[in-house]
Design a protein around this ligand. Structure first.
Ligand SMILES: Cc1cc2nc3c(=O)[nH]c(=O)nc-3n(C[C@H](O)[C@H](O)[C@H](O)COP(=O)(O)OP(=O)(O)OC[C@H]3O[C@@H](n4cnc5c(N)ncnc54)[C@H](O)[C@@H]3O)c2cc1C
Ligand SMILES: *[C@@H]1O[C@H](CO)[C@@H](O)[C@H](O)[C@H]1NC(C)=O
Ligand SMILES: *[C@@H]1O[C@H](CO)[C@@H](O)[C@H](O)[C@H]1NC(C)=O
Ligand SMILES: *[C@@H]1O[C@H](CO)[C@@H](O)[C@H](O)[C@H]1NC(C)=O
Ligand SMILES: *[C@@H]1O[C@H](CO)[C@@H](O)[C@H](O)[C@H]1NC(C)=O
Ligand SMILES: *[C@@H]1O[C@H](CO)[C@@H](O)[C@H](O)[C@H]1NC(C)=O
Length: 607
């Protein structure tokens, strides 16, 4: 098998024959993409795996001062300009720009499978996401630090500077702010003129959203923070990752790749990284192949290999390199370089479903035409939502928290879970029992669109899944198992989410419009409601995390506080997979923050 190559000495480089494409500048609307993949060198200072959200951010920053050569290797290719302009996320299912992966059947979802949608293009998932640009709350990032151990700098104070660095905030227009109660705290945002990753608001609003704002503001104990980005829960407006000059998507490619012509920043597309090359346990380069071929190519990394392949593929690359759970590697006949049981474990994602409502015939708020100059098709996900702690949702929070606390930690984890992974889950559980009782941790996201009913999303899950290689075919797509609802607490919380939506729709603001619940139907409760949840639950909002979690090795962690893979040298993971627990927020802003913080961690070792 190809695998023998791993053990071959590094001096035995295969000659790299590249099609000599002329360095080509392609016009992409207002911006230029230079395709630099034409000829790669034998060695680079940094080799980055994956030109996604984190990968391009790193590549831009690490190449900026011109001192270090950076190569990014990407399996996919740049997408068209049109896709950026449309920017409303409707390309989620376009087979051309996302991976074609399906989970294994989920036993607690009536054996349904779930499409695992992740971006396949230069820009990765930031190119196809819903553009909602939010952060989690202070206790959630403090939890990242708690799980990291004493002295961790991943607490709220330690991540805030990197959140500020990661984007360029554009406040809403005065009219928008006045008409729709949009407030913000400039102290928690950055506005570096050189940063082209924009966080902006649309310049118009839908009047029918106003009664929703009013009704939510009146819900019991509903906090209304000046700005959710200051690490608070409650009802607030959030920006989208959008350039407010042309209302186009702002993403890792437009911010950290387009228009950047540097001799020391190379990207090669349509090539798949198969494994990391080592001398002992020191990473020395990577082995990769042109897409869909077995041709073997290698490149040397003089300083570091950085894996930014995202939560689904990062564990695959590690496992195929001999870093992962020993039993699994042996089953796949992969020589064990480092027995690291946490690789591919701890997998978490947000879970949601839709509770459908309709207004009585001939009633409802006046539906808008666009009231100001703007274009509906340029706005993406929702900009207004309620992000709610469990004690704000229900008086039963204490019952749920103590029920969770009294569980045996091993009870709902996969059989044969390694003792270190179990130790990590114990720490996670202790932390989550605390978060369940906190009004400052987001357990429910209820986006407000100005129409009745809609999405209720669980922003924390206590069921942990796995993403592992298929031992029969380690180079094929990995086996994704959400293990959705495997812990019954997640079901209890989803029931509370639905009840909260029902309470909300009973608000006096809506009474004249006679809302009716069409699915599941207001009479559906108890075991029937649980049955319905199993039928409709979507166990992902495409926010996968934690398969290379930043935790100590003895707690089932994969990377240390500097994001270095435990037991290795010169190998880091920088992407969504390092998050040890979900932020109560969509994940892109946290990924950009992680990349910005990683840049400083990497630079600290350049001396
Ligand atoms: C449909 C969808 C909607 C979303 N909506 C939102 C939203 O509204 N708001 C929000 O905040 N977040 C949202 N997210 C989540 C957010 O976009 C992701 O959390 C984030 O972009 C992940 O960044 P990443 O760097 O970890 O991985 P990615 O950006 O996915 O990058 C990984 C890159 O690695 C490449 N790669 C993988 N394996 C290999 C290999 N072996 N060799 C070479 N290259 C490889 C991939 O092709 C990809 O380009 C959404 C995601 C999706 C998919
Ligand atoms: C996706 O994968 C499935 C099953 O492996 C296959 O049947 C289908 O044709 C694939 N779709 C695309 C667009 O490649
Ligand atoms: C703004 O907030 C105030 C106070 O909560 C409320 O009365 C008003 O209706 C809100 N306006 C809009 C446009 O949501
Ligand atoms: C591997 O590392 C050792 C110790 O640093 C060094 O002596 C040796 O030359 C290296 N081997 C290769 C093939 O680079
Ligand atoms: C919206 O536009 C249509 C067509 O121009 C018009 O008939 C309708 O009255 C408008 N509605 C509102 C609420 O402005
Ligand atoms: C809005 O944008 C879309 C896509 O860019 C375009 O097709 C459409 O014509 C625009 N509509 C208006 C009213 O400008």
């Amino acid at each position: 098998m190809l695998y023998t190559v791993l053990t071959a000495t590094l001096s035995a480089f295969l000659s790299v024959a590249w099609t000599a494409l002329a360095e080509e500048a392609t016009r992409f609307g207002h911006a230029k993409i230079l395709q630099r993949g034409s000829q790669i060198d034998e060695a680079y200072d940094y080799v980055i795996v994956g030109a996604g959200t984190a990968g391009l951010t790193l590549a831009d920053r690490l190449s900026a001062d011109g001192k270090y050569a950076v190569l990014v290797i990407e399996y996919c290719y740049p997408i068209s300009d049109e896709t950026i302009a449309r920017s409303d996320g409707r390309n989620f299912l376009d087979p051309g720009i996302s991976y074609n992966i399906s989970s294994i059947p989920q036993v607690n979802m009536n054996n349904r499978k779930q499409a695992v949608i992740i971006g396949c293009c230069v820009g990765g998932s930031s190119a196809i996401n819903g553009m909602v640009f939010v952060r989690g709350t202070k206790p959630e990032y403090d939890g990242w630090a708690e799980l990291g151990g004493p002295g961790s700098t991943w607490n709220w104070e330690g991540v805030l500077p990197y959140f500020k660095k990661a984007s360029h905030f554009n406040p809403p227009t005065e009219e928008m702010a006045r008409n729709f109660n949009v407030t913000w705290n400039p102290d928690v945002w950055g506005q570096d003129p050189a940063n082209k990753l924009y966080a902006s608001y649309p310049n118009y609003g839908i009047p029918s959203i106003i009664p929703f704002y009013k009704a939510m503001a009146k819900m019991r104990n509903m906090p209304i923070p000046e700005d959710g980005a200051s690490g608070k829960s409650g009802l607030f407006w959030n920006p989208t990752s959008m350039d407010n000059k042309n209302y186009w998507r702002s993403y890792s490619r437009t911010a950290h790749f387009d228009g950047i012509a540097r001799k020391n920043y190379h990207i090669i597309t349509m090539h798949k990284v198969k494994r990391i090359l080592f001398n002992g346990t020191t990473a020395t380069g990577v082995q990769f192949s042109p897409r869909d071929t077995d041709q073997i190519l290698t490149v040397i990394a003089k300083r570091e290999v950085i894996i930014s392949a995202g939560t689904v593929h990062t564990p695959q690359i590690l496992q195929n390199s001999g870093i992962g759970p020993k039993d699994l590697l042996q089953q796949a006949k992969i020589p064990v370089l480092i027995d690291l049981p946490g690789v591919g474990q701890n997998f978490q994602d947000h879970a949601f479903l839709s509770v459908n409502y309709q207004w009585g015939v001939g009633t409802g708020p006046v539906l808008s035409n666009i009231t100001q100059s703007g274009n509906a098709s340029t706005i993406a996900g929702p900009n207004l939502g309620a992000w709610i702690g469990l004690p704000t949702m229900t008086d039963d929070f204490e019952k749920i928290a103590s029920r969770y606390e009294s569980q045996d930690a091993a009870q709902y984890l996969p059989k044969n879970t390694h003792l270190t992974v179990l130790a990590g889950y114990r720490a996670f559980k202790k932390l989550h029992a605390k978060l369940l009782r906190s009004t400052d941790s987001n357990w429910l996201w209820l986006p407000l669109f100005g129409t009745p009913g809609g999405i209720v999303m669980s922003m924390h899950v206590v069921s942990h899944g796995t993403i592992n290689i298929d031992p029969e075919n380690p180079d094929a797509e990995p086996i994704v198992d959400y293990r959705a609802l495997s812990n019954p607490i997640d079901m209890d919380i989803m029931v509370e989410n639905i009840r909260y939506m029902r309470k909300f729709l009973k608000s006096e603001e809506f009474a004249p419009w006679k809302p009716t619940e069409t699915a599941p139907g207001i009479e559906i409760e108890g075991e029937e409601l649980r049955e319905w949840i199993r039928k409709v639950l979507i166990p992902t909002n495409f926010h996968p995390i934690a398969t290379a979690a930043k935790m100590p090795k003895e707690m089932g962690g994969v990377v240390d506080e500097q994001l270095r893979v435990h037991g290795t040298k010169r190998l880091r993971v920088v992407d969504g997979s390092i998050m040890p627990l979900l932020p109560g927020a969509n994940t892109q802003q946290s990924v950009y923050m992680i990349a910005e913080k990683a840049v400083d961690l990497i630079k600290a070792e350049q001396r």
